[in-house]
Design a protein around this ligand. Structure first.
Ligand code: SF4
Length: 449
């Protein structure tokens, strides 16, 4: 977290869970009325202290802090243009901070800062200079001594929303957050989503905003995987609650790929709403087949296959009495490498399941993501290498069906809304270098929070 009291910005960051890093004693040493915070999940090559955010820069008398959700796609080009040597910046977020610091010190920036249209001072001027040169996925939160800023890239790959503390006619505070449940837990009211390409400046007189990217570059492409897997089920995106969209994905999957079975079960947690929908639509009883240890995190981001396998066993345990002797429909949201569902299918068969019919509430995941979701290289993506029939054999299931892209969009039910679905289709809204089918790509620059 970076916390400001109007004069000094104090940054406290470390590796570990929020509750470990921020105990009562640490929090009591962070006085202030402005703050930004950031959590980051570990990636293949980027789980070190120096990758932790917020990134802090001090320029002359001024200082600022920045938190970034997403991945830039033109990092090398930006670093070269700024005259930075490879390895000098730890992450793409660090690079953005470096570019802003350069723009801060640029001759005349101070004078222009007086005229910043949103009253955001020198940092606003620096942002207006730097932002149009960034490509890829970036939702940013920043702060200087007196203001908090929010930015969403012109495609809006990653979400960002605005909330208000207190009544509409007498607000006592303002909040920016990646997901709306963050507002709920502090008792803030959801005001609206920040639009793709929008810059927001918040100070004691409230929020003001402007569009700071060329109009032609503003093309909404919210990550469709936020609906499938990433967002919390109680999040609101495009005015829809994610849980409802996931349930409809299951309903459409049941219509699209019916099967005779005794019980429908979901893979916790993100497969559960779709399983509920599948059961409702098919009329097959819904039951719980796996218990989740709630203290273990997401496994696909744990580096190393052995660690991932051990992670799955620690995380999920079958409910034998519910499963034994039954023909199961197992609903999951996606398959990335395929090693986790393969292990799960074996666990279910060992627990006595007579048939396992796997239903996936999204299309095959065939291409790496470059906009802030850490995925393996193409060679490690199961669906990039195999047909659906081959995947069925690999997973040792009795049948396998994926939801079509058309049904996925239908389930989200946001007519006219723009989505990125590049990992499913290979159609990348922002060019990536090198091209996605070379093997170097997808090894993921340190990434999303
Ligand atoms: S490539 Fe996939 S995961 Fe990445 S932003 Fe697009 S839809 Fe989301």
């Amino acid at each position: 977290m970076a916390v400001g009291d109007g004069e000094v910005i104090t940054v406290v960051k470390d590796m570990g869970l929020v509750t470990t890093v921020f105990d009562e004693r640490t929090l009591s040493c962070l006085p202030g009325h402005l703050a930004i915070g950031h959590t980051r999940y570990s990636t293949a090559g980027g789980s070190e202290w120096r990758h932790a955010q917020p990134v802090f820069r001090s320029v002359d008398e001024a200082s600022f802090a920045l938190g970034h959700n997403g991945n830039l796609t033109n990092t090398a080009e930006l670093a070269e243009r700024a005259g930075m040597l490879p390895g000098v910046v730890a992450t793409d977020s660090d690079l953005v901070a470096e570019l802003l610091a350069h723009a801060h010190t640029h001759e005349g920036a101070e004078a222009e800062g007086q005229k910043s249209p949103l009253g955001g001072g020198v940092l606003e001027v620096a942002l207006r200079r730097v932002l149009p040169s960034l490509e890829g996925g970036f939702s940013l939160v920043l702060m200087d001594a007196n203001r908090v800023f929010g930015v969403r890239d012109p495609h809006g790959f990653r979400p960002l929303c605005l909330g208000r503390l207190g009544p509409e006619d007498a607000p006592v505070g303002w909040v920016l957050a990646s997901e709306t449940p963050a507002l709920d837990v502090i008792g803030a009211n959801f005001v609206r989503e920040i639009e793709p390409g929008e810059l927001v400046v918040i100070d004691e007189s409230g929020p003001r905003s402007a569009f700071v990217f060329p109009e032609t570059t503003i093309q909404p492409h919210l990550c469709i995987f936020e609906f499938v897997y990433f967002a919390r089920p109680d999040s609101q995106l495009y005015g829809r609650e994610v849980h409802g969209a996931r349930r409809r994905m299951g309903e459409l999957l049941a219509t699209q790929a019916p099967v005779e079975a005794d019980m429908v079960m979901g893979v916790p947690d993100s497969g559960l709403p779709a399983a509920e929908g599948y059961a409702r639509q098919s009329g097959i009883p819904y039951g719980q087949g796996l218990v989740k240890n709630r203290y273990i995190g997401r496994t696909f981001i744990t580096p190393g296959q052995d660690a991932r396998d051990a992670g799955v066993r620690r995380k999920l345990n079958p409910l034998r009495e519910n499963i034994a002797g039954k023909r199961l429909v197992v609903v999951d949201d996606s398959i990335v490498r395929g090693t986790t569902p393969r292990l799960l299918v074996r666990m279910l068969r060992d627990a006595g399941a007579t048939e396992v019919h796997l239903r996936i509430s999204s299309p095959p995941f065939r291409w790496p993501c470059f906009y802030g979701i850490d995925t393996p290289t193409r060679s490690e993506l199961l669906a990039a290498q195999r047909s659906v029939d081959e995947i069925k054999d690999f997973l040792e299931v009795d049948s396998l069906e994926y939801l079509t892209l058309e049904n996925l969009v239908k389930a989200i039910d946001a007519p006219g809304a723009g989505f990125c679905s590049a990992c499913l289709t290979g159609n990348y809204p922002v060019a990536v270098h090198p091209t996605p089918d070379t093997e170097e790509v997808g090894t993921a620059v340190p990434a999303r929070a």
